[in-house]
Design a protein around this ligand. Structure first.
Ligand SMILES: C[S@@+](CC[C@H](N)C(=O)[O-])C[C@H]1O[C@@H](n2cnc3c(N)ncnc32)[C@H](O)[C@@H]1O
Length: 246
């Protein structure tokens, strides 16, 4: 048994966690540079961010503002009724951005939810605390393949497409199943619903395109995703797949 497999099994067995200790801050604590601040002011005019200061630390604000900026520009303006899903939601740090952009109840699923921080709390308690702040939202510890949906809008930031990032995140190789995961998620999307995927780097973007084609799904490349609110250094690229409504 590999070390990654052993430690994944151990943390999935010993799940007890200390509570989520978090230093939540108001938007004003962010100290954003000019263009980013202007963009956030516009987002605050069009979206209700009032709950965020109850659940976001500085990192959550940065990731969620980035998510809100990108999703509010790149998702179709009209979506069918139904729940949202964020795949690979880590500790729920992007959930405020997602929920605020899609304005509906959302599920956030994370396979490695029992991963523990140095101070003894797990991702799960952070994700659950985040989900509790927003009506009709859930943080689910588990494999997205165990969920049946249906969903009308799915976001998927940085799926594992190759072994290297999966290993870097300390996950066992059996979880490398990009085509199966993509097929599972897309098959649970309602007519007219969408799957929005962001990949890191051009090579991954191309690989994602190949997976869509292998799955027989006609997705649209969104090209490079720019955002003045991006806290990330490496370039990111997007795909949007929409289930036909007829
Ligand atoms: C590269 S990380 C990206 C995390 C986060 N979306 C972000 O952008 O920072 C991929 C995440 O997907 C999760 N993941 C991988 N396979 C999964 C699965 N089958 N079901 C749910 N989550 C999964 C991993 O545990 C990890 O947290």
């Amino acid at each position: 048994m590999s070390l990654d497999e052993l430690s994944f099994r151990l943390r999935s067995t010993f799940r007890l966690s200390l509570p989520a200790f978090k230093r939540t801050v108001p938007f004003e604590a962010l100290n954003l540079p000019g263009p980013a601040r202007e963009r956030v002011e516009r987002l605050r005019e069009s979206h209700d961010l009032s709950a965020w200061s109850r659940c976001c630390n500085v990192q959550d604000w940065r990731e969620s503002l980035y998510a809100l900026d990108v999703l509010s520009r790149l998702l179709p303006p009209s979506l069918p009724e139904g729940r949202g899903l964020e795949v690979g939601a880590k500790n729920g740090s992007m959930l405020p951005g997602f929920v605020t952009a899609v304005k509906r109840g959302c599920d956030a699923v994370e396979l490695d939810a029992h991963r523990r921080y140095l101070w003894g709390s797990t991702r799960r308690v952070y994700g659950e605390a985040m989900a509790r702040v927003f009506p009709d939202c859930r943080f689910i510890a588990g494999d997205v393949r165990s969920l049946e949906g249906p969903w009308s809008v799915v976001t998927w930031w940085l799926p594992f497409l190759t072994a290297t990032p999966l290993e870097a995140w300390g996950l066992p190789s059996r979880f490398l199943a990009p085509l199966e995961l993509l097929t599972h998620v897309c098959s649970r999307v309602v007519p007219g619903g969408v799957v929005f995927i962001v990949n890191q780097g051009e090579a991954e973007h191309e690989l994602q395109g190949r997976l869509f084609r292998e799955a027989g799904l006609d997705a649209q490349s969104l090209g490079k995703i720019e955002s003045v609110l991006s806290p990330f250094i490496k370039p990111r690229f997007g795909w949007l797949w929409r289930r036909s409504s007829g």
